[in-house]
Structures are given as structure tokens and as C-alpha cells.
Design a protein around this ligand. Sequence first.
Ligand code: FRU
Length: 486
Amino acid sequence: MSVEMSKYLQELAKKQEELKVKIKKDHWRLAYHLMPTTGWMNDPNGLCQLNGTYHFYHQYGPASATGEDVIHWGHKTSKDLVHFQDEEIFLYPNHSYDRDGVYSGSALVKDGKIHFFYTGNVKLEGDHDYTFSGREQNTVHVVSEDGFKINSQKVVIPHATYPKEFTNHIRDPKVFEKNGEYWMLLGARTRDNEGKIPLFKSNDLDDWSYQGNFFGDDFSLGFMWECPDFFEVDNQEVLVFSPQGVNGSDFEFQNVYQSGYMLGNVDWQQAKFKQSGKFIEFDRGFDFYAPQTFEDEQGRRILIAWMGIGDTMPEYSYPTANKGWQHAATLPREITVTKGKLYQKPLKEYEVLRCREEKYHYEKSLKNEQFLKGEVYEMCIEILEQGNFAIKMREDTVLQYNNGVLTLQHGPSGFGRNKRQIELKELEKIQLFMDKSSIEIFINDGEYVMTSRFFPKNGCDFIEFTGDAHLLIKKWNLNKAISTKD
Ligand code: FRU
């Protein structure tokens, strides 16, 4: 290790110790969601499973909770996707081609090795807008035999070789194998301010040739598309991306940036994705962005997203920025497609965290004492007889079903988050995961999901049902699953 690097690591360790002192006192730390050990987390990266071990890498600024640190790749591993352990930082921004950030990317497991592809971000000195000039985004290939040690690392698409139609925003490689060839999608912004997904092809994972745009025909979807993904599940091809600059409508596209998918078909001769359905948001809450999927060794398609979004200010904020850490990841969700509709379900594995089952029958005519309580729990609600109803939880969070509209609303504990709504003719089932400062609501077996961070006062464990519906409720407290090295 160079003298420079060992000095850098010493200084980093010192800053992390300072952050850990604050983190220890924070009651908003999550019990079973992935969080940064210290500092900042954003997108999930390099998701894969190798020889039974799940690897979760993520955008990581270990030395600052406010997002000022240069981005690294943090690393956590798991045997069951529920209990994770902290690992050493996997990628450092310590090369000329990634000195201003080891940006997002993906993993491909092939012949017992993991091939990672990421974007090396470089900001040049001088007077630049960093969109049209002054930025390089190099595509880098890393090979590892175990997911911990790096065997090789090199630039495979240097910034200067991208087609001229793109601005300096061209990044987030997603690599997959199809018909015996390797394909890479990138997320890009053109010089005409349109989002596109440029496609590259390779036979050896090192030598990549440009194939035109895989998709870029929907001009209503903003100026920049980040974090593309593509997969097949249940005989359906699905394209995923996170567009910026989409106009909101009554209930949809309410967040500053979006993340969603389109069902469609690929013409592999032309290497073009043709959409068969419209762009649909994965999540209808406040805090969900940059999802990534992977296929695990059981053949399941699993999605994990950043349980946060950039640039939410001045609308809403994340007060843990003052407590030594910021942001988290969503629960892993299994993706399936049935009858042309995509569903997201929490993994069955999470049932191991359940303890202390309680059952409760809610009917207006019964005397409804408030006896359910909790801060960290799972709750399943079956709607036996339709009707309007509301559930008040924690400090001031309300989930309400009223005349065909489902509303999630926060009071002051939302730190600016007010309400998000879904038009929903039929509501049959709700599966809700409550953590110390997050809520994930799976509706009708994953037909819709609402994910939100919120920050109630310590000890707020209120749960109350009101309304005319007839409900069957099961609730479990959930055990702690996440331990970080302190
Ligand atoms: C998405 C994103 C990616 C980029 C990374 C940088 O949140 O902006 O496009 O690679 O974050 O941290």
C-alpha cells in the first residue's frame, strides 16, 4: 500500500470514529434495513450472489453524512438477504480515471468470477458547467474472484470515445449476457436534453462497440435517464430506468425524480427495446430511487433501491444528516410478472424476524380499544368488508383509504413530506413494514408499493384503526437484523 493511501485510510478512520459517536446516540437508526456504517449512502451497486453469498455494494461517502465526501463503493454481505455484515470498502476513488467518484454500476457473475462495471467520474479544473463540458465518465471493468479482492481493474470505454450526441452525463453501466454475447446499457443525457439508453456489445467484456440507443423514444420522460436495467422475468422483458425532468400529474410522478419500468419486447437483430406498456413508477411513496435488480442462485429476480432521492430540498429533508449518517436501502423485493402486470413482494426470508404475533379484528360496531403498539413491526391487513378506514401510526403518520383513494400522510415527523396518493378501485390487502424511521407498504400483494422515510420522536408507538371497513389484522414485532461494526 502506498504511503499516500495509508495516510488517507488513517484520516478516514478518524473521521468515521467521530461520526460513530453521534450515530450511537441516534434513535432513528434502522433495525432491519441496510444503512451506511457511517456517513452517506445512495444507489445500490453490483448486486449479485456468488457461491451462496449475497453481495450488496453501494454508493458510499464514509466520511460525511451530508454527501460532501467523494463516492466510494461500500460493501455488505449476507447469507440470507436479511442479516448483513459490514465489509471493507470495495472501491476507492484513487485513480486518475475515477478520482471524483466511483459512480454506480453492476455485476455479472461468470465462470465463478464477478465482473463489475462502474463509472469513473472525473471533474476537470476550470470554468465548466459539468454537463456540456468539464466532466469525464469512464466505464471501468473490475474482476474479482471472491467479491472482496480486486484481481484486475481497467478502463474499457474511455470518456472521449462516447458518441458526440451525448453530454458529459453518460454513466451507470448495467451488463448482461444474451444470445452468447455481452450487452451494456448506459444512462445518458443528449445534447438536445433528452434521456436515452445507449447500448454497447462485447464478446470478451473488455472490447465494447456502440450499437445505437437501446431505447430513447419516449420524449415525455425528461432530460436525463440514470441507472438503466434490463431483465426477463416470467417470459416478460422489462426495461428499468430513473428519469429526471418528468412532469407530475394528479397522483403520479410526484417526486423530484422518478424510477420506473416498461414492459416490452427486444428485437435483438436491431438491438432495440419496443415498449408494450407505459412507463410505470415502481413506488408511490417519497423515498425510492435508482433501483437495481439481479437474479439470485434460486433464479429469483430481486430488486433493491436507494430508500432516498437526491435534491428533495426544499420540499423535504433527512434529519439524520446531523446524526452521523444519511440514507438507507429498501428491503429486497422479489419481482414477478402475472397477466401483464409487475408485482413487488417482500422476500419470504424476512419472516424469520417475526416475533410476538398479535391478531386483531377491527369492526366499527365492536369496541375498539387501542391495544396494538409498536415501533418496529410487520403488519398484514386483510380487508374483509370494503369501507373507508384509517390507520394512525407512530407520531403522526396516517394511511387512509377513502372513496377509492389510498393516502399516506405524514405530519411534522415527515420533515416536509406531506402526502402521496394512489387511485385504487379495489383494496384487498396491505402488508406494512415499519422500522424506526421508515415505512414500506405493499398493497394487494405488491401491485403497488409506497416507501417513505419519516422521523418520529423516540418511543412513539401508537397504532389506531378507525372507519367503517371490516379488517383482519396480524402484527409481529420484528427483531433487529442489522449490526454494524462499531
Ligand atoms: C443516481 C446517481 C447515478 C450516479 C450516482 C452517483 O442516484 O446520480 O447516476 O452514478 O448516483 O453517486
